[in-house]
Design a binder for this molecule. Sequence first.
Ligand SMILES: C[S@@+](CC[C@H](N)C(=O)[O-])C[C@H]1O[C@@H](n2cnc3c(N)ncnc32)[C@H](O)[C@@H]1O
Length: 222
Amino acid sequence: MRAHRIDRPADLDVVRESYDRVADNYAHMVATTGIGDIRSHPWLKASIDAFADTVSDLGPVLDVGCGPGTVTAYLAERGLDASGVDLSPRMIENARRLHPQCRFSVASATDLHLGEASLGGVLGWWSLFNLPRDVLPQVLASFARALKPGGHFITATHVGDEDAVRTEAYGGVSVRWTTHQWRPEQLVDLIEQAGLRPVAELRLPADEHSGPGMVVMAKRLD
Ligand SMILES: C[S@@+](CC[C@H](N)C(=O)[O-])C[C@H]1O[C@@H](n2cnc3c(N)ncnc32)[C@H](O)[C@@H]1O
């Protein structure tokens, strides 16, 4: 048994099947509309650029919940040793088709075999909000252990108080997942409790595509 076992979310299989069902529409949406592509959103792009500048010399970077690999490929184009992992096999099929030059694998954020102090950077880019409230702290602690001293974590997620059950997504496809929204101060506390020091926070007001969100970047100190 691994030393730091993470609880398996009860709804993991349902969440995986849901993302498998929307994967093709999601990849098509990103490619054709720019929604979900950081290059269409200057503040999200600036956040990823700052992260990339910070970790570029620190070693491998893992994009957890990479979906169709848009950010993974962006980081790889910038010269980072970036790879992606996602719960949904169909998301990863799309990622491999769209970005054959990059490395992708299928796994849950709750079941990654990460070496201690092995990564320069970890991303949870709009991909950790499905984790149950009691599981996210365990995942964040695993990211903190996996980072080298000076390594950075960046996350983007939905802000609020709700556990919003989603039954339809990306073109009317039937899904079943819960979006666990976080209040900014709650999320920052969790990140600190995991052993990381927040270095930047960005608040994103609701817009025509999404509710309010936030980006947090944090650093492993030692
Ligand atoms: C909204 S998409 C974002 C994808 C990508 N990060 C992007 O910005 O385009 C959410 C992604 O999180 C993935 N995901 C959800 N739960 C996960 C888990 N437990 N482990 C790994 N990936 C997960 C989904 O399969 C999906 O690809």
